[in-house]
Write a protein that binds this ligand. Structure first.
Ligand code: NAP
Length: 411
């Protein structure tokens, strides 16, 4: 009988036959989610035979939930994601400029999934880089604070006017800086939430064999939010857990002649705009990038572009133990139901989920299947479009479902 994953003393206890909740997702969710499930089931079977299995349990969010229950994100769904500890979701629609709040942001905030973790690795997709094999990154995007907190008021609203008045009257802000009818958004960044996020990234580095962690921030301009993020990050490095294992850039040159010693991790920082160009020009010097929410959103897409686009970029939202794995891209509504888009992002997120559960052999099968398929230049339209631009003429375009079958065939 399949059972739930449990958490005991902060550690996951994963039964051999496990129940995993999934949200199909809106738009192209109908295409990519069944493809992901087929690939994962095949990988688990190839890796473990009948000794391990997944029982998939659908839970509802987004349009499907609204049709069935009248709620976009039922409490029952949130409770299930929390109590089953590990789950996976397709993309969910967010209307721009009004209406319901982002369901993704709500899930992250309500379950306190404070780090968004996005590995960026090249498995053979098209890339603008001369040497895409140099990309081996994990982006840690803070998930609960920053301008994403949703604390904002529209231009001309009573709340915005009140706040602007307060800024003039109590805080000495001039009306040349904040004009009376400005819309106002608040950017909260706190020590406790920054530090738990940085701790997770440093632990990830040690557990997964990385030796460079970079704090990405815009602290030269936003001193008390992004600048403080950087300073709090360095404070984490001095905590007992890390003090004798983490070195700064200064120590690297003063004491170690520029070579990171075995068993140590270098913690450095880069200003956000510089980070964007360095990722293109000095790619191999970056491994784990830890950053506040908005920077993390932008840099994730740059990362995805380096390894084959949004269709190849996995991600997970992780709290102290609870984790929701997800496709990084949106619902791409124009392609919904056409069996056309790339299921790679969700499949790679599922591989990451298997690793998180300790089912590494099954994850390896998935990476193998994808690598071997891409090596033959077989893939969905987005990959073929990229390969053609690179002058590759033998690329074969597959549908979503055929790509999934090909991955299974190549495991
Ligand atoms: P999007 O859905 O990510 O699509 C933008 C473009 O990216 C697509 O038109 C397509 O490019 C490419 N793309 C995305 N997924 C792909 C895939 N699996 N395979 C191949 N190509 C893919 O972004 P959007 O159009 O800005 O947003 C649509 C909706 O999704 C919005 O409601 C947004 O709020 C929501 N959204 C949800 C999430 C989430 O659930 N985590 C994340 C982002 C956005 P081409 O047209 O060039 O082929």
């Amino acid at each position: 009988m399949a059972e739930k994953i449990r958490v005991e003393q902060g550690k996951l206890v994963v039964p051999d036959h496990v129940v995993l909740p999934y949200i199909e997702g809106d738009g192209i969710g109908v295409d990519i989610t069944p493809a992901m499930i087929r690939v994962v089931n095949a990988a688990v079977e190839k890796a473990y035979g009948a000794t391990r299995s997944i029982e998939w349990m659908e839970v509802y969010a987004g349009e499907k939930a609204y049709q069935k229950t009248g709620s976009w994100l039922p409490e029952e769904t949130l409770e299930t994601l929390r109590s089953y500890v590990v789950s996976i979701k397709g993309p969910l629609t967010t209307p721009v400029g009004g209406g319901i709040r982002s369901l993704n942001v709500t899930i992250r905030q309500r379950l306190d999934l404070y780090s968004c973790v996005r590995p960026v690795r090249w498995l053979g997709g098209p890339s603008p880089l001369k040497d895409p094999s140099a990309v081996n990154l994990v982006i840690f995007r803070e998930n609960t604070e920053d301008v994403y907190a949703g604390v904002e008021w529209s231009s001309g609203s009573e709340e915005a006017r009140k706040l602007v008045e307060f800024l003039y009257r109590e805080m000495g802000v001039s009306d040349r800086v904040v004009v009376p009818d400005a819309g106002i958004g608040i950017k909260p960044i706190s020590p406790e939430r920054t530090k738990r996020h940085v701790r997770k990234a440093l632990r990830w580095a040690f557990e997964h064999g990385y030796n460079r962690v970079t704090l990405m921030h815009k602290g030269n301009i936003m001193k008390f939010t992004e600048g403080a993020f950087r300073n709090w990050g360095y404070e984490v490095a001095k905590e007992a857990e890390f003090a004798d294992r983490v070195i700064t850039e200064e120590e690297l040159w003063d004491r170690y002649n520029g070579e990171i010693p075995e068993g140590k991790v270098l913690l450095n920082d880069r200003i956000a705009d510089n980070m964007f160009q360095q990722l293109l020009t000095r790619t191999s010097e970056y491994q784990i990038i830890v950053t506040p929410n908005l920077n993390g959103d932008y840099i994730s897409d740059e990362g995805a572009a380096l390894v084959g686009g949004l269709g190849m970029a996995p991600g997970a939202n992780i709290g102290d133990a609870v984790a929701v794995f997800e496709a990084t891209h949106g619902t791409a509504p124009k392609y919904a139901g056409k069996d056309k888009v790339n299921p790679g992002s969700l499949i790679l997120s599922a591989a990451m989920m298997l690793e998180y559960m300790g089912w590494k052999e099954a994850a390896t099968r998935i990476y193998e299947g994808i690598r071997n398929t891409l090596a033959e230049h077989k893939g969905t339209y987005d990959l073929v479009r990229g390969w053609k631009k690179e002058g590759i003429t033998d690329a074969v375009e597959l549908s979503t479902s055929a790509f999934a079958e090909e991955i299974i065939h190549h495991m």
